[in-house]
Design a protein around this ligand. Structure first.
Ligand SMILES: Nc1ncnc2c1ncn2[C@@H]1O[C@H](COP(=O)(O)OP(=O)(O)OP(=O)(O)O)[C@@H](O)[C@H]1O
Ligand SMILES: [Mg+2]
Length: 335
């Protein structure tokens, strides 16, 4: 844990927190928890998603989000607001055209003729340019416009580890293609933010072999692409309720059966041989899993970035669970 003393956040100057990870490990949960955590530190936050999944709306139990920033968690005197935005490439392109070419109504016509859909599906890279472009716009916004809010931080619930480096790097490829002009300028500025200290890419994992390997590979790939790696969030950690000696005894099969039966009796349980055997077998499996988890935890430490651990919430992640995640992330210093 990076900051068990709670002496302050590890990424105070980061404006854009990108949260990636293997599918299903808890990217959306951690992104939402991080947004709430930053808000609890008094910052106004925008939580974005780009995969068209409406995950944020589900987590916060609100209707599907339009292409419009919506308040999802009210701030108080001491805490900031959290807004949310679901970004899709078509809307981002229409907005872009309207902004740069004043194509308001003409843009809508293009949309009707399917041009917008065509433009955004013709090359997957174009989609990513539009999605990252919108995230950039929100993160760098300086002036409060008619409908424009200024945020202290943007949290992006990003594509999974396997695609993250390519997704974030799409602008540098574009800048390479377009040698000059407004497209190059725009692509260059997005790349500058994404590669700067104002961005941090966090990776979520669970303590299993495949996700941990993918995390290690992801960190390597991000570094190769010169993208700033933030921390690794180890999610869904089971309670560590066995000390080393008990664990070894369970693994070796040297648990004192008599003592166990007696303890069960004291607890008012009628302990026959079958029950004791079953318990020992379960204990053995549990001890084995713990040993595997510890090995994976060591590998995560070896990656050499700050790590954070979130417990497996027995009730799953409801709104209360998100606030628990947020509190834990603050306590450990991710926010
Ligand atoms: N710490 C936790 N304790 C209990 N359940 C969790 C925890 N973190 C996430 N979950 C649950 O695991 C599931 C997957 O989490 P989540 O949707 O955040 O993952 P994801 O990486 O965003 O998935 P996807 O790749 O599908 O976008 C969800 O049902 C979520 O509620
Ligand atoms: Mg998700």
């Amino acid at each position: 844990m990076a900051d068990p003393s709670g002496s302050g956040p590890d990424f105070p100057d980061v404006q854009l927190h990108v949260v990636t990870g293997k599918g299903g490990t808890g990217k959306s949960t951690v992104a939402a928890g991080l947004a709430l955590a930053l808000a609890s530190r008094g910052r106004s936050v925008l939580l974005c998603e780009v995969e068209g999944r409406q995950g944020i709306a589900q987590m916060f139990d609100v209707p599907p989000l339009p292409y419009e920033e919506r308040l999802i968690a009210h701030g108080t005197e001491d805490t900031g607001d959290v807004y949310a935005l679901a970004i899709d490439a078509e809307s981002a392109l229409l907005e872009y055209l309207a902004m740069y070419y004043r194509l308001g109504r003409a843009g809508k016509a293009l949309d009707r003729f399917g041009v917008i859909e065509f433009a955004t599906t013709i090359a997957p890279g174009v989609r990513d340019v539009l999605l990252t472009g919108k995230v950039y716009e929100a993160a760098k916004r300086k002036r409060r416009g008619k409908n424009a809010r200024v945020y202290d931080a943007v949290v992006l619930d990003a594509p999974p580890t396997g695609r993250i480096a390519q997704f974030l790097n799409v602008n540098s490829e574009l800048a390479g293609l377009a040698k000059m002009g407004p497209i190059k300028a725009q692509a260059d500025t997005v790349t500058t933010l994404l590669r700067s200290k104002r961005t941090a890419v966090h990776l979520v994992t669970v303590l299993e072999e495949m996700p941990v390997q993918e995390t290690a590979d992801g960190v390597h790939e991000l570094r190769e692409a010169r993208l700033p790696v933030g921390g690794v969030v180890v999610n869904m950690v089971r309670p560590r309720d066995l000390d080393t000696e008990d664990r070894q005894r369970l693994l070796d099969g040297t648990v004192d059966r008599g003592a166990l039966a007696k303890q069960l009796e004291v607890a008012g349980i009628d302990a026959d041989d079958v029950l004791v055997d079953t318990l020992l077998l379960e204990g053995h499996d549990h001890a084995q899993r713990r040993t595997l988890e510890d090995a994976q935890r060591e590998i995560v430490r070896g990656i050499g970035v700050p790590t954070y651990e979130l417990p497996l919430l027995p009730e799953g992640v409801d709104l209360g669970g998100l606030y628990e995640v947020a509190e834990e992330l603050c306590r450990q210093g991710l926010a």
